[in-house]
Design a protein around this ligand. Structure first.
Ligand code: ADP
Ligand code: AMP
Length: 216
């Protein structure tokens, strides 16, 4: 079992790398962003409560996302967890430590994916996601083989996220630098942090991630 956090600003490539690890290693991707979007599309009370917060690019409250992770940690099984987009605040990081203890697991690595803001804007503005299987594409750098059809599952339900617009992205970046980037120091101090160059090609980043996971 290897449990890893993928840490980085919106558009750093966390979801892209997480999906590769799921396919290659049978790991379980725990993306709080995906869970919240699912709650929205299935119209739950919680989904309705968080919709405006997400569209504005702000963080939803710690207790909501910690609750979502707790639920998954106690029920999911696989060759380790990939935390994608969680934790995003120091209280979330502390809660994750406690939850892992509770289920008899430990955190093996935290991978910080470094990407500059200009590249993030370009990535976010071209992002397209499959509404059925969650595969991630990009208009310019990673288009689907057939226009409008998901390579992975054949679905034609290809979507742009409601929060992938310039105003929301500006707010999401601000939230990242103010509330999430302190986690870099937090995990560095614990000796768990490795930084990779997220600007490199997807395959090159994947190789760097592989090296970190196979080290421990
Ligand atoms: P995150 O989950 O960190 O928000 P995503 O994995 O959704 O980021 O990636 C954001 C966009 O950038 C997507 O359109 C994806 O195809 C593209 N992308 C991801 N990794 C890379 C990379 N290494 N080089 C170029 N584009 C990338
Ligand atoms: P993501 O899919 O990771 O880009 O997340 C999309 C949005 O969901 C964020 O902008 C937040 O509004 C919300 N969100 C996702 N994960 C968290 C988290 N761990 N803490 C707070 N808000 C979150």
């Amino acid at each position: 079992m290897v449990n890893v956090i993928l840490l980085g600003p919106p558009g750093a490539g966390k979801g892209t790398q997480a999906k590769r690890l799921v396919d290659e290693r049978g790991m379980v991707q725990l993306s709080t962003g995906d869970m919240l979007r699912q709650a929205r599309s299935s119209g739950t009370e919680m989904g309705r409560r968080v919709a405006h917060v997400m569209d504005r690019g702000e963080l939803v409250t710690d207790d909501i996302v910690i609750g979502l992770i707790e639920e998954k940690l106690t029920h999911a099984e696989g060759a380790g967890f990939i935390f994608d987009g969680f934790p995003r605040t120091l209280p979330q990081a502390d809660a994750l430590g406690r939850l892992l203890d509770k289920v008899g697991q430990r955190l093996d690595a935290v991978i910080e994916m470094q990407v500059d803001d200009a590249a993030l804007v370009a990535r976010i503005s071209g992002r397209v996601t499959c509404g059925v299987c969650g595969a991630v594409y990009h208009d310019q750098t990673h288009p689907t083989r057939q226009p409008g059809v998901c390579d992975a599952c054949g679905s034609t339900d290809l979507r742009r996220r409601a929060d992938d617009n310039e105003a929301s992205l500006r707010q999401r970046l601000m939230e990242y630098y103010k509330k999430t980037s302190p986690l870099i120091g937090y995990y560095y101090a614990k000796g768990q942090l490795t930084t990779v160059d997220g600007l490199a090609a997807v395959e090159v980043v994947a190789e760097a991630v592989r090296r970190v996971l196979d080290k421990g």
